[in-house]
Design a protein around this ligand. Structure first.
Ligand code: HEC
Length: 120
């Protein structure tokens, strides 16, 4: 009985400490020379960017393979070009649903830059 209680307690702790890591885990790839403090900051930005991406971009850009989300690997040039164009009226007209602030866009760009590349 005591063992069962302990097992339950451990399960509870594991679930509160790591909520839904299994379903939303996305690894990021940072340059090796990036300092640990800087990396921590980038991880925070990437996590925010990922949520913003899901809210604003995923419905047009993500595809699903057996319920697994595939986020496209945009090249640095594509991202730079996109960031420049997104303030442009014509692109805005092509993508009427995209309403993100400059700061949010920056976080999405960081996320897309450092997200782990898809397996080929
Ligand atoms: C309503 C659908 C739609 C939404 C929402 C959308 N996009 Fe796009 N996006 C497109 C289409 C269509 C293109 C290709 C046409 C173009 O380049 O203008 C594109 C192009 C791009 C490109 C350039 C790819 C290249 O080949 O250069 C990037 C990067 C991009 N989108 C990122 C984003 C991000 C980041 C968001 C969220 C803030 C987003 N998109 C939201 C439809 C969408």
């Amino acid at each position: 009985m005591k063992l069962l209680k302990q097992a339950l307690l451990i399960t509870a702790i594991v679930f509160t400490k790591f909520p839904c890591t299994a379903q939303k885990k996305i690894a990021y790839e940072f340059p090796k020379e990036m300092l640990p403090e800087v990396k921590q900051e980038f991880i925070k930005q990437c996590d925010k960017g990922r949520i913003l991406y899901d809210m604003n971009c995923a419905k047009c850009h993500s595809s699903f393979v057996r319920k697994k989300e595939i986020i496209p690997d945009f090249s640095p040039d594509q991202l730079k070009g996109y960031e420049l164009r997104v303030s442009n009226a014509q692109h805005e007209a092509d993508m009427p649903d995209t309403k993100v602030t400059a700061e949010e866009l920056g976080e999405i760009m960081i996320f897309l830059t450092y997200k782990k590349k898809n397996a080929k």
